[in-house]
Ligand binder design. Structure first.
Ligand code: EPU
Length: 360
C-alpha cells in the first residue's frame, strides 16, 4: 500500500478550508488485503479523511491519517430498481452526474455537494429535501479489530440529521469501503424545498439538477475560489416550549417541525439576525450570501476560524438563547475535538479585549 511516512506530509490540498497542516504518517488502503496490513492504531490518535471538505485542521500538526482509496462503480439492474455499488473514494458530485447520465434518478437534489461517497453516510449529507439515507441500501464497513468486512443495513446505520452510527458507536472502529444504493425506477421529482417549487411538476431529473446547481452556486462559495467547508454549524433543534417563546419575540423565525416534536431552526437566519452576515475579522469571515458558511480569505491557521465560530456562538446565545454546535469536524494532533473542549482558543471579542489591555 502506498504509505507516506515523514514529519511533513502536507494536508493543505486535502482540506477545503485550505489550512496549513501536516501529518507524520498517512495510509491509502485500496483493497481488503491492504486494510488487513494496517498496523494496530487503537492506542494512537488517527483520523479517517475523505476529501477534506468537512474537516477543519485546528493545529498545523494533524494526527495519523487514513485516506481510503476504494474506487469503482457497479450497476445491477433489477425489475423495478437499480442497485448501485460505489467505492468510498469516488467523488460525490461525479456519482450524481454519472447516475443521471445512466437514467438512474434520485440523487439530483444532492448535486454539487463537495466530498467523497464514503463520507456521505458518516454525516448523512442532505440538501433540498433529500438526504443520503433516502437511497441507502447498505454500507460495506471494514472493522479494524476483527480485520473483516461487514455489511450494515440502512437501519443498522441509524441515520439521523447529520448523524449516523459512524460518528457514534462505530467511530474510529473501522472505515467505510463501499456504499450500496437502491434507486427505484418509479421516480418523482422532489420539489418540496424552497427554490425548487418554481419548477413544473413534470420536470426531468436533469432539470431539477440544473436548478439545484443554480441555487447552490448563488449562495454557497466554491471552495476552490473561497475556501470553506459548507455549513459550519448544524441547524439547532429546540423543544416546543422554547420555540413558543422565541416565536413570540420573532414571529418571522424560520422553523421546521420534526417528527419527534422538536423544532429545527435555521442557523443561517439566527446568525444573520445577530448582525453577522458578511462579517469579516482578519483573514476569516462569515459568507456574504449564506451566514451559515464560514470562509477563509487567506489564513493559515484553523484557530482563526475557531475564534470566529466561538464569537458567532456567543452572539447567537446572547440574542436567542440558542446554542449552535459545529457540523464541521475539528481535528487537533490529539484527534477529533469538540467545540467546548477547545477551551484555550478564545472568541474574537476576548482576543480584542486582552490585546487592548496589553496595549493600554
Ligand atoms: N437564511 C437566512 N440567512 C442566511 C442563511 C439562511 O435568513 O444567511 C434562512 C433562509 O432564508 C431560509 C433558512 O434560513 O429561510 C434556511 O436556509 P437555506 O435553505 O439556505 O438552508 P440552510 O438550513 O442554511 C441547509 C443545509 C445545507 C443545505 C441547505 C439546502 C445544514 C447544516 N445545512 O442549510 O447543507 O445545502 O440546507 O438544503 O443542514 C452543508 O451541510 O454543508 C450544507 C451546505
Amino acid at each position: 500500500m502506498a504509505m507516506h511516512s515523514n514529519q511533513n506530509y502536507s494536508l493543505k490540498s486535502n482540506n477545503s478550508f485550505n489550512l496549513k497542516a501536516s501529518c507524520s504518517r498517512i495510509y491509502f488502503p485500496s483493497s481488503l488485503a491492504e486494510l488487513q496490513q494496517l498496523p494496530d492504531l487503537s492506542a494512537e490518535t488517527f483520523y479517517i479523511l475523505g476529501d477534506g471538505s468537512n474537516t477543519l485542521f485546528v493545529e498545523s500538526q494533524a494526527p495519523i491519517i487514513i485516506q481510503p482509496k476504494f474506487n469503482g462503480i457497479n450497476i445491477l439492474e433489477q425489475d423495478d430498481h437499480f442497485v448501485v455499488t460505489v467505492g468510498a473514494a469516488e467523488n460525490w458530485h461525479d456519482l450524481v452526474c454519472f447516475c443521471l447520465e445512466q437514467g438512474i434518478y434520485g440523487l439530483e437534489n444532492l448535486a454539487l455537494i463537495p466530498g467523497s461517497v464514503g463520507a456521505a453516510p458518516v454525516q448523512n449529507i442532505g440538501a433540498y429535501g433529500v438526504e443520503f439515507a433516502d437511497f441507502c441500501q447498505e454500507i460495506q464497513w471494514y472493522e479494524f479489530a476483527s480485520k473483516n468486512l461487514h455489511s450494515l443495513t440502512k437501519q443498522a446505520c441509524r441515520f439521523a440529521y447529520r448523524d449516523s452510527i459512524f460518528k457514534q458507536e462505530r467511530y474510529n472502529k473501522g472505515l467505510i469501503t463501499q456504499v450500496i444504493f437502491n434507486f427505484p425506477k418509479a421516480w418523482q421529482a422532489n420539489l418540496s424545498y424552497a427554490g425548487l417549487d418554481i419548477l413544473a411538476k413534470e420536470s426531468t431529473a436533469k432539470q431539477v439538477m440544473a436548478q439545484v446547481i443554480a441555487l447552490r452556486s448563488s449562495k454557497l462559495p466554491d471552495p476552490k475560489e473561497l475556501p470553506n467547508a459548507g455549513s459550519f454549524f448544524k441547524n439547532p433543534l429546540i423543544n416546543e416550549a422554547d420555540f413558543a417563546q422565541l416565536r413570540q419575540q420573532y414571529p418571522k423565525i424560520p422553523h421546521y417541525p420534526q417528527k419527534n416534536g422538536e423544532i429545527k431552526l435555521a442557523a443561517g437566519w439566527l446568525i444573520e439576525q445577530a448582525g453577522l452576515k458578511g462579517f469579516r475579522h482578519g483573514d476569516v469571515g462569515v459568507h456574504q450570501q449564506q451566514a451559515l458558511v464560514l470562509v477563509n480569505y487567506g489564513s493559515d491557521q484553523g484557530t482563526d476560524i475557531i475564534s470566529l465560530a466561538k464569537y458567532i456562538q456567543r452572539k447567537v446565545v446572547e440574542k436567542f438563547s440558542v446554542f449552535l454546535t459545529p457540523e464541521v469536524r475539528m481535528i487537533t494532533h490529539k484527534g477529533e475535538s469538540s467545540f467546548s473542549s477547545l477551551s484555550d482558543i478564545n472568541p474574537i471579542e476576548d482576543i480584542h479585549s486582552s490585546r487592548g489591555q496589553i496595549d493600554d
